[in-house]
Design a binder for this molecule. Structure first.
Ligand code: MG
Length: 385
């Protein structure tokens, strides 16, 4: 039996890597649907190569161009944000791999969860801002979530060696970013250029800044809380600058099970597609003798206020994580545009959280309302720094 895969966000870095992984897996894995927001030329190229039954272009302005490019093929073209939901719900699709930011992506993830699909989730938003909602939905439908975030994939893999009730701790590793050894004072003078230079991972500007502030790790605490249904007190962050151990699970008997690998997203993508099987793939095997030394440090909660906030927000739940995420997105935009300083990012997020009246996040509307509120609030706060 072939596995039919829908890729939401096929032209971004995760999507392109997913297609490379699918190529290497052979004919058992088929591309059933692809989507992009506006990278219409690349989407057309991918469609011509993989011949899915559906392609969705979420920005309708590009629909005409897409028709020009692939109108000769027997492929149904969907335009606008609803196209994502349609492909996430296709009856013959087994796995929905999602790497799409924003509200349209969230609708589609929930739709796929309701239909009981396997969800391979690569972007953080679904679990950060709708973790509780998503968890409930998957429990009702029998849908399974396979994390593609490298740390959570590592935890998921380590979890295979014991029961959930036997877990003592989840230890999320963090490279620590470019300012890992900085004092709180040093962060005052950080430039955009310094913040964009990540020592290990090569990523887009938004996520590179998230890694410099350690907001990225704060989100991962929240993700882990929902994904593994584990109390926040059992989640730890450990600085591991080499980024070879992707995370660790400590069991009640004192055993620590870790997953190691090259920093390469192809491995977590492949595992999410082939689980519970393991198959030979394109990820390069690790040679520990070439690496030599692995080092660890306690995470620095003094310098990285974002981490403490992450714990608080994960504990509070409701709309707090929604505000945390939206406030960060807007604050990072302000920083990238040169309107605020690096230190202001987390200060503004904290201010915004303090002004927020936390409510339960029972449905998508609650989520979207809190999201919109936080974005307005941060834009205002950014003016006054
Ligand atoms: Mg990660």
């Amino acid at each position: 039996m072939t596995k039919q895969i829908a890729i939401l966000g096929s032209t971004g870095s995760i999507g392109r890597n997913a297609l490379r992984v699918i190529d290497s897996l052979g004919p058992q894995y088929e591309v059933a649907a692809l989507s992009a927001h506006s990278s219409v030329e690349l989407l057309a190229e991918q469609a011509r190569r993989y011949r899915p039954e559906f392609v969705a272009i979420t920005n309708p302005d590009y629909a005409e161009r897409l028709h020009e490019l692939i109108g000769d093929l027997d492929i149904e073209i969907l335009a606008g944000p609803d196209g994502l939901i349609k492909i996430a719900e296709l009856p013959h699709v087994d796995i929905v791999l999602t790497a799409v930011v924003g509200a349209a992506g969230l609708h589609a993830v929930l739709a796929a969860a309701k239909k009981g699909k396997r969800l391979a989730i690569a972007n953080k938003e679904p679990l950060v801002i709708a973790g509780e909602l998503l968890r409930k939905t998957t429990e009702d439908s029998g849908s399974v979530i396979l994390p593609v975030d490298s740390e959570h994939s590592a935890v998921f893999q380590a979890m295979q060696s014991g029961g959930r009730e036997q877990v003592n701790k989840i230890i999320l590793t963090a490279s620590g970013g470019p300012f890992r050894q900085a004092d709180p004072e040093d962060l005052r003078n950080v430039t955009l250029e310094q913040a964009l230079a990540h020592p290990v991972w090569d990523m887009g500007p938004k996520i590179t800044i998230d890694s410099a502030t350690m907001m990225n790790k704060a989100f991962e605490i929240i993700e882990a809380r929902w994904l593994f249904d584990i109390p926040v007190e059992k989640i730890e962050v450990l600085i591991h600058p080499e980024s070879i151990i992707h995370s660790i699970v400590e069991f009640v008997d004192g055993s620590m099970i870790a997953q190691l690998g090259e920093p390469d997203m192809c491995l977590p993508i492949q595992y999410a597609l082939t689980y519970p099987e393991r198959v030979a793939g394109i990820a390069k095997a690790l040679r520990l003798e070439d690496i030599g030394t692995l080092t660890f440090e306690k995470s620095n909660l003094q310098t990285f206020r974002a981490l403490s906030l992450g714990y608080e927000v994960a504990q509070t739940g409701g709309t707090a994580p929604v505000v945390f995420n939206a406030a960060n997105e807007t604050a990072v935009e302000e920083f990238l545009a040169g309107r605020i300083k690096f230190v202001n990012i987390v200060e503004i997020i904290e201010n915004c959280l303090n002004r927020h009246n936390v409510k339960p996040a029972v449905c998508l509307e609650d989520v979207l309302e809190a999201d919109a509120w936080a974005r307005r609030e941060v834009t205002e706060l950014a003016y006054s720094v």
